[in-house]
Design a protein. Sequence first.
Lengths: 249, 262
Amino acid sequence: MSTSPPSLLVDDLAFAYPDGHQALYGVDLRLEPGERVALLGPNGAGKTTLVMHLNGILRGGRGRVEVAGLPVEERNLQEVRRRVGIVFQDPDDQLFMPTVGEDVAFGPRNLGLPEPEVTRRVAEALAAVDMADATDRPPHHLSFGQRRRVAVATVLSMRPEVLVLDEPSSNLDPAGRRELAEVLQALPVTLLMVTHDLPYALQLCPRSVVLDAGVVVADGLTRELLADRELLAAHRLELPFGFDPRAVG
Amino acid sequence: MGAGHGHGGGIAAMYVPGSSPVHRLEPHTKLVAVLAFALVVVLTPVHARWAPAAYLAFLVLLLGVAAVARITPGRLLRGLVVEVPFVFFAVLLPLVSRGPRTDVLGLSLSESGLVAGGSILAKATLSVLAATLLAATTDPRALLRGLDRLRLPSVLVQILTFMIRYADVVGGELRRMKVARESRAFRARRVGALKVLGPAAGSLFIRSYERGERVHLAMLSRGYTGRLPTGPVAVVGGRSWAAALSLPLAAGGVLAAGSLLG
């Protein structure tokens, strides 16, 4: 582990929006290859701002971000965006091409890969999310859960180092939620999952990081963080009624 | 976000899936063919004695293509709906034009207006029929690929692509807003309703605008560089071009024959 650089390294990251609103006040975060980490925190904690820094959509504040050793800078943007795959919350924002196949091919084609390789990656990515037969279908004919899985495939086809998911379980029915969890558990990538869904974090991510008011306030084993009632209460995090993290796994 | 299974929507509704020779032609060859056909139709001199015969010949050519493509006359007629505003204009011409007049069913009509109106109607109908055939035999997405291949500015093609993709999404939002209004006993009949519908249109615009920003973000995150990357393009042989262009060439033949013989 000591030889390979961390998948993701965020060092003292601070950022204020042009309107003066300071969203991050020095965030440190380190994800080792293959780790699955949940990013928890109340609305307005700076989670989305942090995510936007991971692939260089937002830049120019203090501190630095590195993806597998590569600094997020203007000249590296294309490679950084290959290495960091972000799946946004609303799959209708993510799936903008006329068919599922073309959408999954969008990233690899932007990377300038030869067409046989693009075809191979599209098939591979769709198979990984169990949507192999949807290649030629228009996204709006899919169910919400299927669209979310296809959205995951659209970044998998770029073979990312880190997969970042923004509220992956939102709006899913229980079956869709379970199917997505199975898909995510089987993926051999580093995973950062932004969520309010604490049981989902516990199910998928051994480690959690709590962000509040622009700083990391806790970083540890998910099952221990979720058992810490005072911590949860202090940062507007709540377990669903009747859910006991100590009773699970 | 309901799992809206909006069906095809207005844009895809024109397309009749099939595997006829017309369906199988490469979309960009069909686009060129339809454009060339419309050009021939427009070039037909209005006041030539043989013009009506030429219009008839053009119509026969189109019906021939429709027969090969197995597009029913009913489908063609539905395509003509877009022409309705032109029809009003054409009907108006004989009434308002000056010059020698003639009596039709007790109405005094201008002769030149009658000819001009009739020929506007004929030319518009023929061109719209050709476009209807194109839309009925070409998947909208293939049509976009065709436009891209014909070097239409990439930004325009992208806008059209997003229009097709998001027509249903925006339509769904519109429906949900309507349901939300009506669930609170709103009725669109009263004049005061405009006060509600105006801001609703505004908020739909803002929602769509914000979605546009989110989509752009998602595109940037996947390495968007200003062009929608397209897949491999098949090389189109002379034979496909010849098949596609047979329609405008035949029409051009009719035009040439009329000019020489008439």
